[in-house]
Design a protein around this ligand. Structure first.
Ligand SMILES: [Zn+2]
Length: 322
């Protein structure tokens, strides 16, 4: 029975779901420069265009594989939420849109949470999927962030959140807006537990997401060229009737204005995050040992990562970048 459930079933499932991952054609047009990119090459290049460096959007699965050591991670089960409580319908029923998004992505909703090791240290990573109804923040995404925060506190690990959203999910009305304060409280709990919250803003991060958890990171990182705003450039131009400066609301512009700490190329993302986690984890460990004069108190869980981190410390400074 074990052999059936553990070995055979996953293989069959993989066979039946693999068609979803196979691209319809082997070429992808770069949204940045219009070049046709060979799919396999693009994947090898972490979905970054090798002509113009445009960072194409990536979903949670690719992101986890790029970030976790040895691409090993565990996705956590997220609590179910009430489906379509407002019985919302615009040009289509909300339930139909949900059904399509679930079919296309294979996920239940727009935020996936996983945990594993990054640079030898434990980390919880939450990734928002723009493919799923524009990554919109609804009750399920709210639940996911609360769950991610709880898991990070339980594991005494940092929470790294990759945001990508068009804003709040209008089909859930006030219930989606309520997720803004709710996720803010989840972030606050991390801060009370003295755990770092690192946000990586990916293209695009807009609306209610920018107005809540995506801007509350202790460290704010972004990928190159990311659009980050509350209201989009077109809306602002129409409202103030003025031409906006070049690159307005893009990551590079926001670093210059002090809204972000750094813009990091996708190929350097794992290294940068690993160094940051390592630095912060070691800092807290040294504070911990300074606080408690009795060292034998709680060695079991932290001992291994600490040793691991110490070993990696030597190459940390040369890798760190601003
Ligand atoms: Zn390109």
């Amino acid at each position: 029975m074990n052999w059936l459930t553990n070995k055979v079933l996953p293989k069959i499932r993989k066979l039946t779901t693999s068609s979803r991952d196979t691209p319809d054609n082997l070429w992808v047009k770069c949204p940045g420069c219009g070049e046709m990119l060979f799919h396999q090459e693009l994947v090898q290049n972490l979905n970054v265009c090798n002509h113009c460096d445009h960072h194409l959007r990536v979903g949670p699965k690719d992101r986890f594989e790029q970030l976790f050591d040895g691409s090993r991670y565990d996705v956590i089960e997220l609590p179910d939420v009430q489906v379509d409580p407002l019985k919302f319908r615009d040009s289509r029923k909300y339930t139909d849109r949900l059904k399509d998004a679930r079919h296309n992505t294979g996920d239940k909703d727009a935020m996936i949470v996983a945990h594993g090791k990054m640079g030898g240290n434990a980390a919880v990573v939450a990734v928002q999927n723009f493919q799923f109804m524009g990554g919109s923040l609804g009750m399920a995404v709210g639940e996911a962030i609360v769950a991610a925060s709880k898991l990070a506190i339980l594991q005494k690990a940092p929470l790294i959140l990759f945001s990508a959203a068009g804003g709040a999910r209008m089909q859930e009305g006030i219930l989606s807006l309520m997720q803004m304060p709710r996720t803010t409280v989840a972030v606050q709990r991390l801060k009370e537990a003295k755990l770092p919250f690192i946000v990586v803003l990916t293209d695009p991060t807009t609306g209610g997401v920018t107005a809540s958890y995506a801007m509350l990171g202790d460290i704010q990182i972004s990928e190159p060229g990311t659009l980050i705003c509350f209201a989009g450039p077109r809306v602002i131009e129409e409202t103030i009737r003025e031409k906006l400066p070049e690159g307005f609301q893009r990551a590079e512009f926001l670093v210059e204005k002090g809204m972000l700490d750094m813009v990091v190329h996708r190929r350097d993302m794992k290294k940068t995050l690993s160094v940051l986690i390592d630095l912060i984890a070691n800092k807290f460990k040294s504070e911990d040992t300074a606080d408690k004069s009795a060292p034998a108190a709680e060695p079991t869980q932290d001992a291994a990562p600490a040793a691991d981190a110490a070993g990696k410390k030597a190459d940390a400074p040369s890798e760190s970048k601003a």
